[in-house]
Design a protein around this ligand. Structure first.
Ligand SMILES: NC(=O)c1ccc[n+]([C@@H]2O[C@H](COP(=O)([O-])OP(=O)(O)OC[C@H]3O[C@@H](n4cnc5c(N)ncnc54)[C@H](OP(=O)(O)O)[C@@H]3O)[C@@H](O)[C@H]2O)c1
Length: 250
């Protein structure tokens, strides 16, 4: 039986994941806050392996479930996520997400917060360190030499193994960077976060033009060593909170 990917929220990164998943023959169950009927156009685009449901139904259906970021912790269907592998694509941008003292003080990672909120689930940080356009463009399910790697982190070895299998099906190698407490190198302001996967932008773009360019950018492949080596030598910086360029929202 094919794996099923549950998606709570169907924003840019989860839509890119849905596209890759159906291309790999997985089933996907999408959801959002406004109801399954508002996702019909996206479901039609994705084809017969996709359907829309409520967040709780998407959580129940998924072998692995991709969740909402920090801002929506209280709205997650915790009961339906019990016993599930929960993939956290989230990054902490205080201007967007609101200030969280524990994150500002480096007392916990954003995925650690999610794990604390979902004690019955196995949280794995994944897919947070690459833009949605590059996630789609750099996927290489056929394993050519220029296959890219993505960092993953989590407290359950079994959940990380399943996540690595998912990455492989979608077209990526996984680099295990440790426990959730070790996941900070994959977050904003660190060398394996987003930038290495980007191509070179044309000069002189305004922030909004740059954003449009970044969605179409075919990206630059990043191999496993390019993830593993900087992470191994990284010292924790003063903050993992992302800073948005002026004029941009994510
Ligand atoms: N975008 C990227 O390229 C990218 C890349 C890597 C990591 N990330 C990180 O991934 C996280 C998600 O970003 P994103 O751009 O994919 O999407 P997003 O803009 O955070 O998510 C929007 C989606 O979440 C849904 N949603 C909001 N509240 C909900 C609720 N209570 N129940 C169910 N669905 C709900 C929205 O549905 P409605 O529209 O119906 O409200 C919409 O489908 C962020 O932390 C971001 O930093 C993003």
């Amino acid at each position: 039986m094919p794996l099923t990917l549950g998606l709570i929220g169907s924003g840019a990164i989860r839509t890119a994941l849905a596209r890759l998943a159906v291309a790999a023959g997985l089933d996907v169950v999408l959801s959002n806050s406004r109801g399954p009927e508002t996702l019909s156009e996206l479901v039609d685009t994705l084809g017969s392996h996709a359907r829309a449901a409520t967040p709780a139904e998407a959580a129940q259906a998924g072998d692995l479930v991709v969740t909402l970021p920090l801002t929506a912790l209280d709205r997650l269907p915790a009961d339906a996520l019990n016993g599930k592998i929960v993939l956290d694509t989230g990054n902490y941008y205080p201007q967007r997400d609101g200030q969280t003292a524990e994150l500002d003080n480096d007392e916990i990672t954003s995925s650690g917060l999610l794990q604390r909120h979902l004690p019955g689930s196995s949280v794995v940080k994944a897919f947070n360190s690459i833009g949605s356009g590059q996630l789609f463009a750099l996927a290489r399910p056929a394993r050519p030499p220029d296959r890219s790697a993505l960092p993953i982190a989590g407290d359950s070895a079994e959940a990380k193994q399943e996540t690595g299998h998912l990455l492989d099906l979608l077209g990526y190698d996984a680099v295990d960077i440790g426990m959730l407490a070790d996941s900070w190198p994959s977050e904003p302001n660190n060398p394996v976060y987003v930038e290495p996967y980007r191509g070179v932008a044309p000069e002189g773009l305004e922030p909004k033009e740059w954003w449009v360019w970044s969605l179409e950018d075919p990206g630059t492949p990043v191999g496993a060593a390019q993830v593993r080596e900087p992470v191994a030598s990284m010292e924790r910086g003063p903050s993992r909170a992302g800073l948005l360029p002026a004029g941009l929202t994510l």
